[in-house]
Write a protein of this length. Structure first.
Length: 242
């Protein structure tokens, strides 16, 4: 998803949403990056059966602790982990809480030692690490050969367009309105006077009495995103013209 103009400030309300993927993995081998771009080592280990794979999936569903891979953008000691990996270094990483809402086997082909999975998970989940941990639990190894994100919250791949379709003369036809991007946030309606005199200037308004961020609307128009403190609603992002 690409955010444009003032809508770029809405990214914080999207990036942490639940995400869904389809992932294809090759079993019986490992990669130092956990994907096909790394150094591949074949293992002298049997391919897990389809039944064994299905039986193991519930163990990797729900609230989990996951150790991030070395090839990631996380920082340790002020340095990116992938930069340390490129220098041939590996460091201890602290496990982080994640949540896997759904992990399903969508395909299995023992002739090429590949399996396809459908996954829904919390933001910050590394699919590479998840599949690697699954394979290790079955006495094997695996690395991703393909990964496609199919949704971020309520925004699905059906909303996407191929890059060749994004021509200057037709680009405006494919732009998703900011209101649709943050449709998952609760709504607080204000009068035209409040919107014009307060919200569009980023001034405090009466508390919306909602936990977390909320959309401030005037009729069908999205004006801003606010959040309550103890005394008032405070602007986080103002989208209307001042």
């Amino acid at each position: 998803m690409l955010l444009l103009g003032r809508a770029t400030r809405l990214s914080r309300y999207v990036t942490d949403l639940e995400k869904s993927y389809t992932a294809t993995a090759r079993f019986g081998a490992v990669s130092d990056t956990l994907d096909a771009e790394g150094y591949i080592t074949d293992l002298d280990a049997p391919l897990p059966s389809e039944e064994a794979l299905r039986d193991a999936l519930p163990t990797f569903t729900g609230n989990l602790l996951q150790v991030p891979p070395m090839v990631s953008a996380l920082k340790q000691g002020g340095q990116r982990l992938y930069a340390l990996h490129r220098r041939g270094m590996s460091v201890e990483r602290e496990a982080r809480p994640i949540k896997v809402y759904r992990l399903a086997l969508a395909g299995f082909d023992p002739t090429v030692q590949k399996a396809k999975f459908e996954i829904s998970c919390s933001s910050g989940t590394y699919i590479r690490a998840l599949i690697n941990d699954l394979a290790i639990s079955l006495g094997s190894g695996a690395y991703l050969t393909a990964l496609r994100r199919t949704s971020v919250g309520h925004l699905t791949v059906s909303n996407a367009h191929a890059s060749q379709d994004l021509l200057p003369e037709t680009l405006h036809n494919h732009i998703i309105p900011p209101l649709d991007v943050i449709a998952h946030l609760p709504e607080v309606a204000v009068s035209e006077e409040t919107g014009r005199d307060l919200v569009c200037h980023g001034r405090p308004i009466e508390r919306g009495r909602i936990d977390g961020s909320y959309r401030v609307m005037c009729g069908e128009d999205l004006l801003a995103v606010y959040r309550d403190d103890e005394n008032a609603g405070r602007a986080e992002v103002v989208l209307c013209a001042q």
